[in-house]
Design a protein around this ligand. Structure first.
Ligand SMILES: Cc1cc2nc3c(=O)[nH]c(=O)nc-3n(C[C@H](O)[C@H](O)[C@H](O)COP(=O)(O)OP(=O)(O)OC[C@H]3O[C@@H](n4cnc5c(N)ncnc54)[C@H](O)[C@@H]3O)c2cc1C
Length: 348
């Protein structure tokens, strides 16, 4: 079924809780309706403009949207045993990702537990390659069923073609903008124990003398996240606002000299050397070093427990309020450290 609504207030549909209007909202709940939903969207407004939105947890509406928003509400999932303790779970793009994770953890399946409590839909997580605590969504995806809007056909895209990287995928490449709508995502999970506990506080689980289960890891992650991150129901945010910058191989020495000039002890700079020799620096640390943690600008603020998160501090922030704070942070980090932070949040 396809539902079409006009002149929609987007505040309830984006976790930043910014007020913005969309000229049209087009929702469909079965795979087969995707082509008609897209055709409806193309004709819905004079501009013919449309965009796809899942849970709206990684989108910032800077202005009203004059086109149509297409919302895949394909829900439900099914499981297929593959042998050797492996299970294939195929979920609709509209399933709330954390509901799926709660269920797979309860069933004793390993894989998605570290991604617990990430807001949004299965489709959105597959597009953004949402990640947390050493795991990325793409690590467990085997294939994706999508509607290819350009070629006008259903396609199954296998893992090898999904081009997963840090918060990126095939769907995020400039040449594929607007090409696909993700409809179903298949994950391969395992009944055999394979916890990923490299992230600091998770290591404690190994020293506790209890049997480690996916549900136990999930509970630990939920506790950690609840202590650090704003609750979607209480405070508007879109999670980590910026990506962690990656310095190309060979740029580290130059960066360290900038740090030294800023009076920062080189050994105190947190960093992760990636397999290709490039170096990832936590954006949160850079923002914190510039003194932004907990600071407010108009109706927007930097979250006091995690400086990578910009929040709708008063509940009344507009997209422009958030962007004003974003720009101030980017400028400050650039002028002090020579690094240009890039937003993870999709700006509309
Ligand atoms: C409190 C909080 C904590 C968060 N923590 C994390 C975290 O730990 N790690 C992390 O990676 N992210 C995190 N996020 C960000 C966000 O939850 C994830 O990126 C999430 O996976 C986005 O899913 P969504 O359905 O909300 O996507 P949306 O925000 O609706 O969309 C994101 C992008 O994907 C596209 N898209 C969505 N669905 C489809 C589809 N079916 N087909 C084609 N394109 C589609 C949209 O057009 C848009 O470009 C957090 C957000 C909040 C608010």
């Amino acid at each position: 079924m396809i539902t079409v609504l006009e002149n929609i207030d987007l505040r309830p549909y984006n976790t930043m809780r910014v007020g913005a209007k969309a000229a049209m909202w087009i929702e469909f709940d079965s795979l087969e309706d995707a082509p008609a939903a897209i055709e409806t969207a193309k004709m819905a407004t004079p501009s013919g403009k449309y965009m796809i939105m899942g849970g709206g947890s990684n989108i910032l509406f800077c202005n009203d949207y004059s086109g149509a928003i297409v919302h895949p509400a394909v829900i439900g999932w099914e499981a297929k045993a593959l042998g050797n303790g492996k299970m294939e779970i195929t979920a609709g793009a509209g399933v709330e990702f954390d509901n799926l994770i709660a269920s797979t953890c309860r069933s004793g399946l390993w894989g998605l537990e570290n991604l617990s409590l990430i807001p949004g839909s299965v489709g959105g997580a597959a597009v953004q390659n949402a990640g947390a605590y050493g795991v990325e969504t793409g690590d467990y995806i085997s294939e994706i069923r999508a509607w290819d809007i350009e070629a006008e056909k259903f396609v199954v895209i296998k893992k090898e073609s999904l081009d997963y990287g840090y918060r990126t995928s095939l769907f995020k490449k400039a040449e594929n903008a607007g090409k696909y709508i993700v409809l179903e995502v298949s994950f391969i999970l395992s009944a055999e124990s394979c916890p990923k506990l490299d992230y600091g506080p998770l290591k404690d689980l190994e020293s506790d003398s209890v049997k480690i289960t996916p549900d136990l890891v999930r509970q630990k992650i939920v506790d950690i996240r609840n202590s650090k991150l704003p609750k979607v129901s209480d405070t508007g945010s879109a999670g980590s606002f910026f990506k962690n910058p990656v310095l190309e191989k060979g740029s580290w020495a130059e960066f360290i000299s900038v740090m030294t000039a800023n009076g920062i002890e080189p050994d105190s700079v947190p960093h992760f050397v990636l397999p290709d020799g490039s170096v990832k620096i936590p954006a949160a640390w850079l923002i914190d070093k510039c003194g932004w943690k907990g600071k407010t600008l108009g109706n927007a603020a930097v979250w006091s427990h995690q400086p990578l998160i910009i929040v709708n501090a008063t509940g009344k922030a507009s997209g422009s309020d958030i962007v004003a704070l974003e720009k101030a942070i980017v400028e400050d980090v650039r002028s002090r450290f020579g690094i240009t932070l890039v937003p993870e949040v999709v700006h509309v």
